[in-house]
Design a binder for this molecule. Structure first.
Ligand SMILES: CC(=O)N[C@@H](CCC[C@H](N)C(=O)O)C(=O)O
Length: 375
């Protein structure tokens, strides 16, 4: 199926304007511009905060198929050296959401051109990287009125070659929880440590102790991750720090393991308070529900891709990535899959450079799948 829109131009335009969760104002305007330029026959558009929901009415609907694309970027300074580098100096589409949006637009344009028997709802969802747009979007009146009967989404996979799709039934992505810990002690002159409670030392000790949670408290046959991605503290080289802050994320394959990890983090933080005579506060930020693929729909999709598309499909293992699409899959049967985009740099890397050939391949495969599933 030929494209009514220039997918490479769209991807590059979107790549230039990455915005953080719930601040995707330019992105929303850009997406609306593209969508409104397509035929308006059978098409209804709603906005929800910085997100968009588009319904394409089928000619004799018996169900509604949902397709979700996330639209936010990350607070990362881009270092790809591309001609279409981010115009926002501290933000980057380093998780491939520019691809996700472009592919959704490509499929949407095809379905508008050849409407199905069934209704299709395209969900352009804000804030996947945080604080999470899927759960509040699901609760919104706007989406409730157009609730799909099944739903699907993809995520780019830099580690897989272009032309491949990877998926598995059941658990695909982990449960997640953010982690923010503030430490407050007594600062002072660098030469008088005995008169202070140094929060740089306390924070370093806490980071080391947190490494024991996964290695000593989680069943070795289960999996978990505790990552501290950012430490801040202190003011200047010759002042002992009164404050420090750790920012991180925790991942588990079950909600029980998540409870255990959180309890251990709380206990270790209490130990730091006693050991370093300081005050600490823990904020678990936002947490995402696991991504769990519906078995029959996933198997049907796998068979379809293998038999009817140019893509190669294979079964992958679960990953410790998080995705708030998990909330949609908790309420609506469906699945998520990895799309191979072949980049030497991985997700959340400042040099992530997915291969654009993957866009057309995904648009073709998804259009063909929807044409079959919705007719
Ligand atoms: C696909 C992906 O990379 N998703 C993010 C989701 C982050 C959720 C939250 N901000 C957290 O850090 O826990 C990921 O980092 O896996």
């Amino acid at each position: 199926m030929g494209n009514k829109i220039d997918l490479i131009k769209i991807r590059r335009d979107l790549h230039r304007i990455p915005e953080l969760g719930f601040r995707e104002f330019k992105t929303q305007q850009y997406l609306l511009g593209v969508i409104q330029n397509l035929s308006t026959e059978r098409v209804e558009i709603k906005t929800w905060r910085t997100g968009i929901i588009v319904k394409i009415h089928g000619h004799n609907p018996t169900k509604t198929i949902g397709y979700r694309a996330d639209i936010d970027g990350l607070p990362i300074i881009e270092e790809t050296g591309l001609d279409f580098l981010s115009e926002h100096p501290t933000e980057m589409h380093a998780c491939g959401h520019d691809f996700h949006m472009t592919i959704a637009l490509g499929v949407l344009a095809n379905i508008i051109e050849s409407p199905l028997k069934d209704d299709v709802v395209f969900i352009f969802q804000p804030a996947e990287e945080g604080p999470g747009g899927a759960e509040p979007m699901l609760q919104s009146q706007e989406l409730k009125e157009w609730m799909p009967d099944m739903i699907l989404a993809l995520h780019v996979a830099p580690e897989y070659p272009v032309g491949t799709i990877a998926i598995k039934t059941g658990l695909l992505f982990a449960n997640t929880s953010e982690l923010f810990i503030d430490l407050k002690g007594k600062g002072g002159h660098a030469a008088y440590p005995h008169l202070t409670n140094d929060m740089v030392v306390a924070a370093c000790s806490l980071v080391s102790q947190l490494q024991s949670v996964v290695s000593r408290n989680i069943d070795p046959l289960d999996s978990a991750v505790v990552t501290i991605g950012k430490i801040t503290g202190g003011t200047v080289q010759n002042v002992i720090a009164e404050n420090a802050r750790l920012e991180g994320t925790m991942r588990t394959l079950s909600s029980e393991a998540m409870e255990k990890v959180k309890n251990r983090v709380q206990s270790l933080v209490k130990g730091i308070e006693i050991g370093y005579d300081c005050e600490c506060t823990i904020d678990f930020g936002s947490g995402y529900y696991q991504v769990y693929n519906n078995e029959p729909l996933t198997r049907e999709f796998m068979d379809f891709v293998e038999q009817e598309t140019e893509a190669t499909i294979f079964e992958c293992k679960e990953a410790m990535t998080g995705e708030d699409f998990g909330y949609m899959l908790r309420d609506i049967p469906g699945f998520m899959f990895w799309l191979g985009v072949d980049s030497p740099y991985g997700l959340h890397h400042s040099k992530l450079d997915p291969k654009e050939d993957a866009i057309q391949l995904a648009v073709n495969a998804l259009t063909a799948y929807l044409m079959t599933k919705g007719n």
